[in-house]
Structure formats: structure tokens, C-alpha cells
Design a protein around this ligand. Structure first.
Ligand code: ATP
Ligand code: MG
Length: 390
């Protein structure tokens, strides 16, 4: 076993009282899944921190990277572990000074003794280790107010660890702790971010993509698959369902007021999404809508769309977000570059020139009177196909 460890500090789950072990178990399950293929690891949990120790040959760099995708973890820290003696701690620090301090010129030590049976108090430990650093590297200086680097020493229950601070974890709640949602996943920028945000609150995901073959092609579907794949890096496996909207779109074009086309289509999407969600036992629909972003996302349009699902809530995590912020998240989770690939999605094929931004329930009902809504919906539902994305 090497001395190189990863320490995962838990976030919100720490406040979960009696259910705590259930949440912890979900984090460990996700961690084990993500460590697959990287070598063998020993996991040890204590004091709100999961310690991951890699055997010889384990890929700790990749492991550290992947751990930043585990929801429920607030920070990921690479550390050196050693026995709980002052001598061993000083040795671990001085042997790894370059990695711990980088090119810092000034530093300070911050000792933390969570095991109170350790003979030195936290300030004493910091002073001892600080002195050892100064004698190993006389060019360095201590600066307690604004140091270039902080050297942290943690004396925990079974081991001591030294490190230069953690990196931000993915935050949120462990996947699987908050039910199952059906994400309406288009090839755009927004819906993958919406899925990510709900997965971050603990939801597992299925994805539903509406295609319009032959107006949209296999490349558009492949793009959505790539997005689902990227999301699954965070959320775990995703079942993707594909439903054809072609007949519905062609019928709407023929029979309905063009200005209401988009909102009528979105109502069909919601009908089908609710059917699909109930079919797979999902408890919520998730969309990437953001207030006012496009004509179909005005308060009026959302009101008539929202009236469709009868049983399930619709979660719209982006509703109050600016496009810039959505793009920022899309970049940071790696979906942006896929979303901007240039394949048409079904909604860009039939876009009215002058959409009605203030549709009413009465107008929509009058248009739907002209259609066989049930027949169209059921026939579209029959076109569904499924893919497993891991
Ligand atoms: P996105 O960037 O997510 O495509 P958008 O800004 O283009 O969103 P719309 O096209 O109005 O907005 O779609 C709003 C939401 O409806 C999307 O975020 C998505 O959840 C859902 N949606 C739209 N088109 C599709 C589709 N072809 N398949 C599945 N869901 C879709
Ligand atoms: Mg779109």
C-alpha cells in the first residue's frame, strides 16, 4: 500500500441524522463504480471523510479526477498518510515538501487533531511541523496572515494525513437519494444542464429524446446520446427513450394556426413525456426551460404547457438562470462542446416566423379540437425505442 490517499469530505449528507448511513452507502456505491478499472483500492470511512487508499499501480490521478464527479462530496483532497506519531508526520511532510508546497515562498501549518488522545495539541503540532519544514528548507518563511501555501495536518482516528488543501467536490446529494426523473433531453445547451442539476440533488435519470426523422437524422440522435453519456458520468446509467414526433408535426403544420405551433407541439411532448415517465416509474419530468428565453418559454406559454401533465410535477431547474450562467455550467460539466455540434433538433425544423407569446388555454383548446389528440399521441408513443447509456 502506498501513502498516497484521497480524502473525500462529505457535504450536506452530514446533517442527515438517522438516515445518515443510507446516504453514506449511496456515496460509497458511486465511488466504487467510478473506481472500476483503475486498480485496487481500500475504502475506509470515519468522521465524515472517506479515505481511499490505492494499491501499487492504482491510477490515483484519474481516481482523483473522477471523485470530483461524485455528488454528496464537498471536497476532494489528495494527501499523504502516515502513522499517528509526531515523528512520522514530520517525515511525511519533509519527504513530500515539493508536492505539498509547490513553489510557495511562505507557508503556515494548520494542525487539526480530531483524535484527542494524540499527545500534542493542534497548535503544538503545527509549531513542531513548521519547525521541521524550516530546518529542511531554510529558504522558506512562515507567514500566518497571508501565506502562499497552507500545509494541513490532520490527526484522525486511524491515521494522520498531510496535504496542501482540497479541491472543490461536486456537492449536492448522492445519486439515488431523491427518486427518479425523466429528463426531456434535446441536443441543445440547456436540457443537459437541467439533468445535471437534478442529478446533483440526488435524482437518477432516464432521458427522453423526440426525433423527427426524416427531418432530423442519425447524427442528431447520436449527439443526444453523447450528451446522455456525458451526463451519466455524474448520474450513473441512463436509459434513453426515443419517440418520433414526425406525424404530430406534419399534422400540426397542416391543420393548426402557425403562431401556436410551438406551444401545441410542446403540449404533445408533455403528454408523451408523462406517459413515458409513468411507464418507467419516474416521479417527475425535467426540462431545460428558462423564463423568457424563447417564445415558448414566456409565462403564458409555460402555463399552457404546464397544464398538460396530470400526475407528475415538472421540474425546471433553469427557470431563473441567465443563459451565461447556463453556458458556464455546460462548459464546466463538459456538455457544451457536444451541444454546439451543428445537427438539427426536431424543434428547429418547423419554427413559426411569428409565434404567439401570449397563448391562452382557450386558443390552444380550439386548435386541439381540430385534431385527434389521443390517436396522435398513442401512435407517437408506439414509435418509442430504447437505448442504455452507461
Ligand atoms: P435546449 O437547449 O435544452 O434544447 P431550448 O432553449 O432550445 O432548450 P426549447 O427548444 O424551447 O428550448 O425546449 C425547451 C425544453 O424542452 C428543452 O430544454 C428540453 O427539456 C425540451 N425539449 C425540446 N426539444 C426536445 C427534443 N427534441 N427532445 C426532448 N426534449 C426536448
Ligand atoms: Mg432546443
Amino acid at each position: 500500500m502506498k501513502n498516497d490517499i484521497l480524502m473525500l469530505k462529505y457535504g450536506e449528507v452530514v446533517m442527515k441524522g438517522l438516515n445518515r448511513s443510507y446516504f453514506d452507502g449511496l456515496i460509497v456505491r458511486r465511488v466504487k463504480k467510478l473506481l472500476e478499472g483503475l486498480g485496487s483500492f481500500e475504502l475506509q470511512y470515519a468522521q465524515s471523510t472517506l479515505c481511499i487508499r490505492g494499491a501499487d499501480g492504482a491510477d490515483m490521478d484519474e481516481a482523483a479526477d473522477r471523485m470530483k464527479r461524485v455528488f454528496g462530496v464537498s471536497s476532494v483532497c489528495r494527501a499523504y498518510s502516515c502513522e499517528k506519531t509526531t515523528e512520522a508526520i514530520k517525515a511525511a511532510v519533509t519527504e513530500n515538501l515539493d508536492e505539498l508546497l509547490g513553489d510557495a515562498k511562505t507557508f503556515k501549518c494548520e494542525g487539526k487533531r480530531s483524535d484527542k488522545s494524540f499527545p500534542l495539541t493542534s497548535p503544538q503540532l503545527s509549531a513542531e511541523v513548521g519547525a521541521a519544514v524550516l530546518s529542511a528548507r531554510p529558504d522558506l518563511k512562515v507567514d500566518v496572515n497571508a501565506p502562499d501555501a497552507v500545509l494541513r495536518i490532520e490527526v484522525r482516528d486511524k491515521y494522520a494525513a498531510v496535504h496542501g488543501g482540497g479541491e472543490k467536490g461536486a456537492g449536492g446529494m448522492p445519486v439515488g437519494s431523491a427518486g427518479h426523473g425523466l429528463l426531456l433531453l434535446s441536443g441543445g445547451i440547456d436540457s443537459p444542464v437541467a439533468g445535471y442539476m437534478m442529478a446533483r440533488r440526488g435524482m437518477t435519470l432516464d432521458a427522453l429524446y423526440f426525433d423527427s426523422q426524416p427531418y432530423t437524422g442519425a447524427l442528431a440522435e447520436n449527439k443526444v446520446e453523447q450528451l446522455a453519456k456525458r451526463l451519466s458520468d455524474y448520474s450513473g446509467r441512463i436509459f434513453m427513450h426515443i419517440i418520433s414526433l414526425t406525424e404530430i408535426q406534419e399534422t400540426l403544420m397542416k391543420s393548426c394556426d402557425e403562431r401556436l405551433f410551438t406551444v401545441l407541439l410542446r403540449r404533445f411532448m408533455m403528454r408523451l413525456a408523462e406517459m413515458q415517465a409513468l411507464d418507467v416509474g419516474a416521479g417527475a419530468l425535467i426540462t431545460g426551460e428558462s423564463l423568457g428565453q424563447v417564445a415558448s418559454q414566456t409565462l403564458h406559454a409555460i402555463t399552457v404547457t404546464n397544464a398538460v401533465p396530470q400526475k407528475l410535477p415538472v421540474f425546471r431547474p433553469l427557470i431563473a438562470m441567465d443563459k451565461d450562467d447556463i453556458v458556464h455550467t455546460a462548459r464546466s460539466i463538459g456538455t457544451f462542446d457536444i451541444s454546439v455540434l451543428p445537427y438539427e433538433d426536431c424543434c428547429t425544423v418547423f419554427v413559426p416566423k411569428h409565434p404567439n407569446t401570449r397563448p391562452t388555454a382557450e386558443q390552444v383548446a380550439a386548435e386541439e379540437e381540430k385534431l385527434d389528440v389521443t390517436g396522435l399521441t398513442n401512435r407517437a408513443f408506439e414509435t418509442r425505442r430504447h437505448k442504455k447509456i452507461i
